[in-house]
Design a protein around this ligand. Structure first.
Ligand code: DQQ
Length: 546
């Protein structure tokens, strides 16, 4: 089936077949980036979870290795669930993960490489003393999972990890353990942080960021000037990743958000599309923090079974503090992605009067594999009529999408469009005027008309994006068959969604559009690169370079 084959990605990570979910144990080791992932080797639906394993020199081209861990012990018989890697100062690697036991209790375990001189880390050994942590009193046996990377506390020469859970009032909580040897663990009193009403916290990530430098920080960098800590949680109840920027007090083991109104789980989302269960690591080679996220399917389970696979990972993203706004992270595709950029077409100063649409003729028929950057400027900004001035009126999901019309938007791009425009995926800005005259800028991704199929989820995703005085409106969009990833204003707000066109699968068209009622917009520059495919294949053990 041509349509189903088309849906496979050309440069996003995916196994050759079957089901994948969370990224696990991401790290750099002896020249290779390692990605492990929740993997069902038997079918395209979740179940029988093992740890898939792939390696890469650049996080773009991947070589698949044998499965690293199987559910072969009583304590992980029901699945080798998510976990994280810690690379110790002496080079040893510790893998902490959750086993779902034969009785479905969530138990924490340790695995280590059998041979640490093997850069590929093919064979793994589970500790004799597993499980090393069982749910503490007051915590449900099925609400205790996904240990983090450990960080070092020089104060008492021990390591700390956190594990997510919920308490009896359905507050999300992070539970901390300390260990000196990764064999014995002590529960620290209290909870490092908790937020009422957020439910089970899956896949917690806690890491330092620099507020005055652009480099990333090793997970054990705890203090020093300009160090803040990001806490990220994946909310099981609403299936989204949330983060907040705050301070971590290592002595007291408490994390406090900078702004309690946008605490973790109730404020900023890592991605306003479908990304879930993300995890970051520190890359010592390029001194940066890199983040991965699971991108599930939005089609039906039967379609997944038919095509024989399900899920992608996001393009690895560098993540750092936004030194301009000081309120959010900046996420951006790792620079290595740019080596895949091929033929390029550029447009400048495309005039977009209110109600206009301009087709972009690009020098490729391969409109399913693109990297696009675009900048917009508003000319003749209309003052909104008093009727338009209602705070909080606009919302991407209910705002009428790309075809709704307002005084100051929507305007942006139509991608993966077929000849008659019956199929199209729109990425656009929408500006809302507030009573004080300030502007609220939204970035939205409209998949309502992305497919003629009726067994796929078609939504409009998005949120506000900070725009500072004098800034143009900027976008970067990665199109890779069934995935569209949008980064607005250098990655202040990100949206990733899945699309399943039925007609716009060959020679799809691209348009610029401005659907506002009376504002003129200029697309000052639009650059479109055709992307080359990244190889993504089994490791060749006969050839030492893979
Ligand atoms: N996926 C894993 C769990 C985790 C969940 C199981 C998040 O460890 O909480 O496949 O997607």
């Amino acid at each position: 089936n041509k349509m189903l084959l088309w849906q496979r990605s050309a440069y996003h990570f995916q196994p050759e077949e079957n089901w994948m979910n969370d990224p696990n144990g991401v790290m750099y080791y002896k020249g290779w980036y390692h990605l492990f992932y929740q993997y069902n080797a038997d079918s395209a639906v979740w179940g029988n979870i093992t740890w898939g394993h792939s390696v890469s020199r650049d996080m773009i081209h991947w070589l698949h290795l044998p499965i690293a861990m199987f559910p072969d012990k009583w304590y992980d018989e029901n699945g080798v669930w998510s976990g994280s890697a810690t690379v110790l100062p002496d080079g040893k690697v510790i893998m902490l993960y959750t086993g779902s036991s034969f009785a479905s209790a969530q138990l924490q375990n340790v695995a280590v490489p059998t041979n640490i001189s093997d850069p590929l880390l093919i064979d793994w050994m589970k500790f004799e003393s597993n499980p090393i942590i069982a749910p503490p009193p007051g915590i449900g046996i099925t609400d205790f999972r996904d240990p983090t990377t450990a960080w070092y506390f020089p104060g008492d020469s021990s390591w700390r990890i956190v594990i997510g859970s919920k308490d009896s009032n359905k507050s999300g909580v992070s539970i901390t353990y300390k260990t000196e040897d990764f064999l014995y663990y002590d529960l620290l009193p209290g909870s490092m942080h908790s937020v009422a009403g957020t439910g089970m916290w899956e896949c917690i990530d806690l890491y330092p960021i620099s507020t005055d430098k652009t480099v990333g920080l090793d997970t054990s960098t705890m203090s020093g000037s300009g160090v803040k800590h990001v806490m990220k949680v994946s909310l099981d109840d609403d299936r989204h990743d949330y983060y907040a920027i705050g301070s971590y007090d290592l002595e007291a083991n408490t994390w406090t958000p900078d702004d309690p109104n946008i605490d973790v789980g109730i404020g900023l989302r890592l991605d306003y599309g479908v990304v879930y269960a993300s995890k970051s690591f520190y890359d010592p080679v390029k001194k940066r923090r890199v983040l991965w996220g699971w991108v599930p399917e939005s089609d039906s389970e039967s379609a997944d079974v038919l095509k024989g696979w399900a899920s992608l990972q996001t393009i690895p993203r560098t993540v750092r503090f936004d030194q301009k706004t000081k309120t959010n992270l900046l996420q951006w595709p790792v620079e290595e992605l740019e080596q895949l950029r091929g033929r390029n077409t550029e447009f400048s100063n495309v005039d977009l009067p209110a109600g206009s649409m301009v087709q972009l003729n690009i020098k490729t028929a391969n409109t399913a594999e693109l990297d696009i950057t675009a900048e917009f400027e508003i000319i003749d900004q209309q003052t909104a009529s008093p009727d338009d001035v209602v705070v909080g009126r606009y919302d991407c999901n209910t705002g009428g999408g790309a075809s709704g019309r307002g005084a100051l938007g929507p305007f942006g791009l139509l991608l993966l469009a077929d000849e008659g425009l019956s199929e199209q995926t729109a990425v656009y800005f929408y500006l809302e005027t507030l009573p004080n005259g300030n502007i609220n800028t939204f970035i939205c991704q409209d998949g309502k008309r992305s497919s003629a199929a009726n067994d796929v989820i078609k939504s409009i995703y998005g949120s506000t994006v900070p725009v500072l005085d004098g800034e143009k409106l900027t976008l970067r969009i990665l199109v890779d068959h069934s995935i569209v990833e949008t980064y607005a204003q250098e990655g202040r707000t990100c949206i990733t969604s899945r699309v399943y066109p039925t007609k716009a699968i060959s020679e799809a068209k691209i348009y610029l559009f401005n659907n506002s009622t009376d504002t003129r917009v200029t697309a000052t520059t639009v650059k479109i690169w055709e992307m080359n495919s990244a190889f993504n294949r089994p490791y060749n053990f006969e050839n030492t370079t893979g």
